[in-house]
Design a protein around this ligand. Structure first.
Ligand SMILES: *Cc1c(COP(=O)(O)O)cnc(C)c1O
Length: 466
């Protein structure tokens, strides 16, 4: 490889005094093969941190839901706790205690009836939490079917076509038929009527989303639950409800405290959320909670004793860092209920300001306005023919803003939108700057004669589902 030739020609010198911390511009980083001789850790550090400058500007990234800013004291605590292994509850009992405190705090936040010792676990994110919650649904359904002496080889899961990809993964990995309810007209997520219409005795559960990644809207959890209650009483088909509150789990309790979406609804058996979204922690931490210990089949829980002591574990991974869970506890205890409310209300105020400003620009129409999650989607008015939302996204990128454009799922593939996710760190001043840049770029697009060269929307790059 070029690199080894280069290294052979240039024997390493000892860093001269004062040069520590300066990367040698002639040194290339080993790329595809473990180098025979290392660069030395400080030189490798300098080179890697210079290389990472090429990554995006997280603050201008309005595509992702994932936390990109934490106070520096959180980074300090995370660095201090990076060596703690979450699974090793015998070696790190205090980290385990902190995890269990977080679960109890979240259980209260979500009005879990089982207070004090709630059933739940931390995960690497909502995806892992969805796998665990989905498995619990599948196990419970199988038990019901076996007891009734019925076959249990055709499980299905009912959800909107707007689900995050983790639910399609769950279905494929664990052999469950996904029953996706398509969008129709101005209905961009699951409705109670459509959900119940697809349920039968092989339905392991219904997933309701709080809120949808496509437009930030909350699905009508209480209505879906009531319709499922009706199905149980009229036809004897008792289908549990899971709420995927990846984002909304840490928004709704603070911004819409009166909205019933959580364990206050009896049919809600389990809930997941991402600590690394509006939980305000760097990736990756998520949470899965069950309404009671009965909602989580005991044979899914392993009792592991290799590390000394006995510990129950329900997880897809084994070892994983304790620092994210500890950082979650830092944010909970440092901000408290009032702090989270302030942050979320602030994000929502910025979102409303942006959506109002964009609606006033002229060619755009709002699909949502940020009343649920601090997230909204907007499309171009149908009379705009000579440029598309993909062109708008491209032009904003020239100003450094990452505002993804993407196409809706069936049956609204005719609809393409732009989406803005507002997170902590996005200020009113930044919002005004974005509005100014959008106005400027829209005027340029409006002034062009004739259609732009056709662009192929590339969903993979254009849209982060996170
Ligand atoms: C982000 C998201 C997920 C996946 O969450 P991760 O924490 O990134 O694994 C699942 N569902 C919804 C609704 C989401 O927004």
């Amino acid at each position: 490889m070029a690199l080894s030739r280069q290294r052979a020609r240039r024997p390493r010198e000892q860093p001269t005094e004062g040069s520590a911390g300066l990367a040698d511009p002639l040194v290339q980083m080993p790329a595809r093969e473990l180098p025979q001789a290392g660069l030395g850790l400080s030189e490798a550090y300098e080179l890697i941190s210079s290389e990472l400058v090429l990554d995006g500007q997280a603050r201008l990234n309005l595509a992702t839901f994932v936390t990109t800013w934490m106070p520096s004291i959180a980074a300090k605590l995370m660095a201090e706790t990076a060596d703690k292994n979450m699974i090793d509850k015998d070696e790190y009992p205090q980290t385990a205690e902190i995890e269990s405190r977080c679960i109890d705090m979240i259980a209260r936040l979500w009005n879990c009836p089982d207070r004090g010792q709630a059933t739940g676990c931390s995960t690497t994110g909502s995806s892992e939490a969805a796998m665990l919650a989905g498995l619990a649904l599948k196990w419970r359904w199988r038990e019901r079917m076996r007891t009734a002496g019925k076959p249990c080889d055709q499980p299905n899961l009912v959800m909107g076509a707007n689900v995050q990809v983790c639910w399609e993964k769950f279905c494929r990995y664990w052999d469950v038929e996904p029953r996706l309810v398509p969008m129709e007209g101005d209905r961009f997520h699951l409705s109670a009527h459509e959900a119940v219409a697809r349920c039968d005795e092989n339905t392991i559960g219904v997933v309701a989303i709080l809120g949808s990644t496509f437009d930030g809207s909350y699905e009508p959890v209480a209505e879906i639950a009531a319709a499922l209650d009706g199905l149980a009483s009229e036809r004897g088909i008792d289908v549990p409800l899971h709420v995927d509150a990846a984002s909304g789990g840490f928004v709704a309790p603070f911004v819409q405290p009166d909205l019933h979406w959580d364990f206050r609804i009896e049919r809600v058996q389990s809930i997941n959320a991402s600590g690394h979204k509006y939980g305000l922690v760097y990736p990756g931490v998520g949470w899965a909670l069950w309404r009671s210990s009965d909602a989580l089949p005991h044979d899914l829980i392993f009792d592991v004793n290799y590390l000394g002591g006995h510990m129950p574990t329900f997880a897809l991974n084994f070892s994983r860092p304790g620092s994210e869970v500890i950082a979650q506890y830092l944010m909970f205890t440092g901000l408290g209920h009032d702090g989270y409310r302030k942050v979320m209300q602030g994000s929502q105020a910025v979102t409303k300001h942006l959506s109002k400003g964009i609606a006033e620009l002229g060619p755009y129409r709002l699909i949502s306005d940020g009343s649920d999650l601090p997230v909204f989607a907007f499309a171009l008015a149908p009379e705009t023919q000579h440029y598309t939302v993909f062109d708008v996204s491209d032009r904003l990128r020239q100003r450094g803003w990452l505002v993804p454009a993407y196409t809706f799922p069936p049956n609204r593939q005719d609809l393409s939108v732009l989406r803005i996710v507002v997170r902590v760190g996005m200020t009113m001043e930044m919002a005004d700057l974005l509005l100014e840049h959008l106005r400027e770029q829209t005027e340029i697009l409006e002034s062009l004669d004739g259609p732009l060269p056709a662009q192929k929307p590339d969903r993979r790059h254009a849209f982060s589902h996170n």
